[in-house]
Design a protein around this ligand. Structure first.
Ligand SMILES: Cc1cc2nc3c(=O)[nH]c(=O)nc-3n(C[C@H](O)[C@H](O)[C@H](O)COP(=O)(O)O)c2cc1C
Length: 191
């Protein structure tokens, strides 16, 4: 697949299984993440690679966060148990997750907004590199990207943000190709 085919045909892979990217391939993904446009060369991001026992650690953090949320809730006991069970399983939807967070720097010419965009580019670049290497990937956030207990557990300070959880692995099945999206309504021209 050449670069244009990759850009025009990319699509997410929600259903992932082992194998995860090999060490060499992971290294390529991380290098692609580092290669993004970066105003001021601040590298205002951090990548936390979660696999193996790390997935259980992430699951424990999610469970802690949801347990606090559910304390004093009006839900019936069985509903609470179901929610906790569902939450604890979330990190196991793939054999590897890269958590992309910001690592904001103070800079007079580079506002946080630009640094956040750059960190978002990292997630996209790593997803594209994963596709190019034959893996599947899905960029997720959800409540746990914004939860203070989860942020603390992952070592993301209050003044930084989790940009996404990039789930990585091998697709469980061949996906039906999604149709291209028409760009006409999203473009204007000055000529
Ligand atoms: C910042 C960000 C957060 C996202 N969070 C979620 C999410 O939590 N759950 C989800 O199903 N899709 C999420 N998505 C969307 C998927 O990654 C994916 O793009 C979407 O399902 C469309 O599929 P496609 O990539 O094949 O076009 C998110 C995308 C972005 C850019």
């Amino acid at each position: 697949m050449n670069a244009i085919e990759l850009l025009l045909q990319r699509q997410s892979t929600p259903m992932l299984t082992s194998p995860a990217p090999t060490d060499d391939d992971l290294s390529t993904l991380l290098a692609a993440g580092m290669r993004v446009p970066d105003h001021g060369g601040l590298k205002p991001w951090h990548f936390q690679v979660v696999s193996g026992q790390g997935l259980q650690k992430l699951s424990d953090i999610y469970l802690q966060a949801v347990s606090v949320e559910l304390t004093n809730s009006d839900f019936e006991e069985q509903v609470i148990l179901d929610k906790k069970e569902k939450t604890a399983k979330m990190p196991f939807r793939a054999p590897m997750i890269i958590v992309i967070s910001t690592n904001y720097a103070e800079h007079s010419k580079v506002p946080k907004q630009e640094q956040l965009v750059a960190a978002g580019c990292c997630a996209h670049a790593m997803q594209m590199a994963a596709f190019a290497l034959g893996y599947g990937a899905m960029w997720r956030t959800g409540d746990f990207a914004y939860n203070p207990i989860v942020k603390k557990g992952l070592g993301v300070t209050n003044d930084n943000e989790i940009v996404g959880y990039l789930y990585l692995g091998t697709p469980t099945k061949e996906a039906n190709a999604k149709p291209a999206k028409d760009y006409q309504a999203h473009v204007s021209y000055w000529q």
